[in-house]
Design a protein around this ligand. Structure first.
Ligand code: ADP
Length: 379
């Protein structure tokens, strides 16, 4: 068992508030990714968990034990660092066995256990090599084996894949997931890369400005971001500023900078009132497009084309440029002086070129709304 509880964790360096307030319970056997931009306090949080930094406020429990004031070597955690931190004058096997030696494990058992760990990370063939002669991916495997060798209850990973190229990083993400599934230990993994977090995490904790802003399963945080920052950070979106024109019993009509009015369905019309400033977000992948050559007179351009009911929205615009991104195509479309990004899979998009007139349709139910202060409107 190794459930971790962080309660009101804070870290100050002089006037610098690196971590302001982090509270979360990490379940036994869970893989939690701390995700956020550079400087948001992820590493500092992890280092406090590892016992490498002392919090200026708050408590850390691993299971029932308060470990806040315990040094790293008295904790049941092990850490893998971004720069691997391997010992240059020891062989790969000696590196992996090092922690066991510190624990006073007897020589033969050390060797057996280190070999077992090297096998787990598929590095047995390099047991006698100098780690400095290994590739980045191989060094990372050795660092992982070294951390796992001491049989920690909690494995802490501080941007361990960010020195690897994209392909290798993606392979290692899959391997890390497999190792986590085999070991059933608690992992806390720090990254600034949302794809990495989405691939690895059971839950993602989003950090901003020293705070843990939202914790949830990957699809939860993506589909139900708590605020505008998270919506913008987790992948691309179109933000459109507007003002509430009116609300009806089941819809909100927002006059926007884009093409006049966008209509959102709502179960809580009281959440907004006429005159409220809002920012709407529509992800590029929920927009569908079709040719508008036949029905787009010049007066219609940039105007919403209400097709039916209260929640289908459409605007007409002109393709500005087309970007092929492997399996998807990204269109930048000029609508009333604003660029709207649309992403379609190559197979379903048809082919549009710069200069084509197209109609963009979307369901108002796919639109999120945020208030002036960035908080999400619960529609
Ligand atoms: P992240 O891991 O999200 O990039 P960090 O936890 O490394 O963020 O840093 C959070 C903030 O704390 C940053 O503004 C950073 O400059 C500051 N910081 C981190 N470590 C120290 C330190 N040892 N001394 C002073 N400021 C620090």
């Amino acid at each position: 068992m190794s459930e971790i509880t962080l309660d009101g964790l804070e870290k100050r360096y002089g006037d610098e508030l690196a971590v302001e307030d982090v509270s979360v319970t990490i379940d036994d056997g869970e893989l939690l990714c701390l995700l956020g931009p550079s400087g948001s306090g992820k590493s500092t949080t992890l280092r406090m968990l590892a016992g490498l930094e002392t919090p200026t406020d708050g408590r850390i429990h691993i299971d029932e034990t308060d470990v806040t004031d315990r040094p790293a070597y008295e904790r049941t955690t092990a850490t893998v660092f971004q720069d691997w931190a391997l010992f240059p004058h020891k062989t790969v096997l000696e590196n992996v066995a090092f922690g066991l030696k510190m624990q006073g494990v007897e020589k033969d058992e050390r060797r057996d256990r280190a070999r077992e760990m090297l096998e787990r990370v598929r590095m047995t063939a390099h047991a006698d090599d100098d780690p400095m002669n290994l590739s980045g991916g191989q060094k990372q495997r050795v660092a992982l084996a070294r951390a796992l060798a001491v049989n920690p209850d909690v494995l802490l990973l501080d941007e361990p894949l960010s020195n690897l190229d994209k392909r290798l990083s993606e392979d290692m993400q899959i391997e890390l997931r497999e190792i986590h599934a085999e070991l059933e230990e608690t992992f806390v993994h720090v990254t600034h890369d949302q794809d990495e977090a989405f691939t690895l995490a059971d839950r993602i904790g989003i950090m901003a400005d020293g705070n843990l802003v939202q914790v949830g399963k990957p699809d939860e945080v993506y589909e139900n971001p708590k605020n505008r920052f998270i919506e913008g950070f987790l992948g691309d979106t179109n933000f459109v500023d507007g003002e509430v024109e009116r609300t009806t019993g089941d819809s909100v009509h927002v006059e926007t900078e884009l093409g006049r009015t966008i209509v959102l369905p709502t179960g809580r019309p009281e959440a907004l009132s006429a005159g409220d400033a809002v920012t709407l977000s529509v992800r590029p992948e929920v927009l569908s497009i079709e040719s508008a050559e036949s029905d787009a007179s010049s007066e219609q351009r940039g105007q919403p084309v209400r097709t039916d009911g209260s929640t289908t929205n459409a605007v007409v615009g002109t393709v500005e440029n087309v970007l092929y991104r492997g399996s998807t195509v990204r269109y930048s479309v000029a609508v009333d002086g604003t660029s709207v990004f649309v992403e379609r899979t190559v197979s379903d998009s048809g082919a549009f070129d710069a200069g084509d007139e197209i109609r963009i349709d979307w369901d108002g139910a796919d639109v999120l709304a945020f208030r002036d202060d960035g908080s999400r409107v619960d529609l």
